[in-house]
Design a protein around this ligand. Structure first.
Ligand SMILES: NC(=O)c1ccc[n+]([C@@H]2O[C@H](COP(=O)([O-])OP(=O)(O)OC[C@H]3O[C@@H](n4cnc5c(N)ncnc54)[C@H](O)[C@@H]3O)[C@@H](O)[C@H]2O)c1
Length: 432
């Protein structure tokens, strides 16, 4: 273990699998290195888990299920509340771990811990309110009881970009409902999830309720084990569309429930009545002003290392992620796009850093429009009519969420109804 990650509570740094309440190595005995994406330094190492490790974790979750599901909602609520308290108490250490293994600026990482803890708080409240119902029955003199039951053992697969929040967002509701889980964290940042599990154990979560397997290269093997298992009744996955499709195919033989939150880009629509600031009210063409102001905002970003207090934006998670963003930008430039800001990798800082980028002069058939960017790039288009912008946004096959800026409530409502989100989550933000 590299000695540089200093935590107030060093016992939160665990590089092992968590199965049946024990921190153990993979059966393979293999481990993978976790690298700080900002500096390339070694953070530590974790087990490269196999299908057999995953089976063991599923068996452990299945064994813990009868006891956990039979507890009262109130009891599970109290435990989740204690967990929330402990996460907030250890905010600093969790933020340190996030920024080491994911590269986020410290302030961002601290914010993520608050966000992550909010799911534990929220679902501690929900756990206490899981009621059934008694409803009229068609047969005279009878009434039907509606009883809420947990789904069972759940497989949770999380991405690298929110190492704490994506984990608690899945764990909070699953545990509140009385399910037990096996978590497969993203390979690049596995330590934060382990630290959360340590705190969960201290909150009183019984052994076997949470199990964690880590892996960098064997992810496909672990995913397939989840999908083919009859014991795993549900998979909750956040990640790329490619892997989401694969999980759906692989789960067909066991007819599992799947929650897939997938990748994409988000149309961000600014109408000419949007409130950029009061001085601009009534302006007919806001495009040049919007670009100028956006450039001004972006120039205040400080890309850098997490320990620099001025840093607002950290690196991408891997060199290949930076290369992919660069190739999308190069393709756009070769086809006539214009760089208004950034547009390049920041090699001086390290191989994973990318300058916040604004692009104009784009065409709808460019790769950067049709493939998920997942990097600090804002491609800007000008539009003339409401129908035109809606048609354009709906052609984007990777639509994930959308944002609409206007002061016209009716327009906000009507546009948000016709914008289609292709897959992943159905989110619309509108600023009226
Ligand atoms: N919809 C959202 O709110 C949201 C939030 C966060 C991330 N994402 C998406 O996640 C993606 C970025 O995350 P990523 O690069 O970690 O995505 P990814 O799909 O490569 O990996 C996500 C997780 O799946 C695992 N995985 C990879 N191949 C697998 C397989 N064959 N079977 C089972 N598991 C497998 C990975 O190890 C990781 O834990 C982007 O596409 C992004 O848009 C979406």
């Amino acid at each position: 273990m590299a000695p540089k990650v200093r935590l107030n509570d060093p016992s939160l740094l665990v590089g092992k699998n968590f199965i049946n309440g024990e921190w153990i190595e993979s059966i393979s005995g293999k481990r993978f290195d976790v690298i700080d994406p900002a500096t390339g330094e070694l953070v530590g190492s974790c087990p490269e888990s196999t299908a057999q490790d995953t089976e063991d974790a599923i068996t452990s979750a299945a064994a813990a299920l009868p006891e956990w599901r039979s507890r009262t909602g109130r009891d599970r609520s109290r435990i989740l509340r204690r967990w929330y308290d402990l996460v907030m108490k250890n905010q600093q250490d969790l933020a340190t771990l996030i920024s080491w293994e994911n590269g986020k600026a410290k302030a961002d990482a601290s914010g993520e811990v608050i966000f992550a803890s909010s799911f534990l708080e929220w679902f501690s409240e929900e756990a206490a309110r899981i009621y059934g119902d008694v409803i009229p029955h068609s047969a005279p003199g009878f009434r039907a009881a509606v009883v809420k039951e947990p789904v069972g053992v759940c497989g949770l697969i999380t991405p690298w970009n929110f190492p704490a929040a994506m984990v608690t967002r899945k764990l909070g509701p699953a545990l509140a409902a009385g399910c037990t889980v096996v978590v497969k964290t993203a390979g690049e940042p596995p330590f934060t999830a382990n630290a959360l599990a340590v705190l969960g154990e201290r909150s009183g979560i019984p052994k076997g309720v949470i199990n964690i397997v880590t892996a960098l290269d064997n992810t496909a093997e672990i995913g397939e084990t989840f999908c083919k298992s009859n014991t795993v009744r549900k998979i909750s996955f956040t990640g790329s569309t490619r892997v989401g499709k694969l999980l759906m195919q692989q789960s067909s033989s066991t007819l599992k429930k799947l929650s897939l939150e997938l990748g994409g880009n988000a149309p961000f629509i600014v109408f000419n009545d949007a409130h950029i600031d009061l001085a601009l009210q009534g302006a007919i063409d806001i495009y040049p002003e919007f670009i100028r102001r956006l450039k001004e905002s972006v120039s205040n970003f400080k890309v850098g290392h997490r320990l620099d207090a001025q840093t607002t934006h950290g690196p991408l998670v891997t060199q290949s992620a930076a290369e992919r963003v660069n190739s999308l930008i190069q393709d756009a430039l070769q086809n006539g796009a214009k760089v208004e800001a950034g547009g390049k990798r920041l090699h001086d800082l390290g191989p994973n850093f990318f300058a916040p980028t604004i692009l104009t002069n784009l065409k709808p058939d460019m790769r950067i429009v049709n493939e998920e960017i997942f990097g600090p790039v804002a491609p800007i288009f000008r539009f003339e009519t409401e129908d035109g912008v809606v048609n354009f946004a709906n052609k984007c096959e990777v639509g994930l969420a959308s944002y609409i800026y206007t002061q016209d409530v009716t327009r906000a409502a009507s546009v948000s109804r016709v914008i289609r989100l292709w897959h992943g989550c159905a989110k619309h933000g509108s600023n009226v």
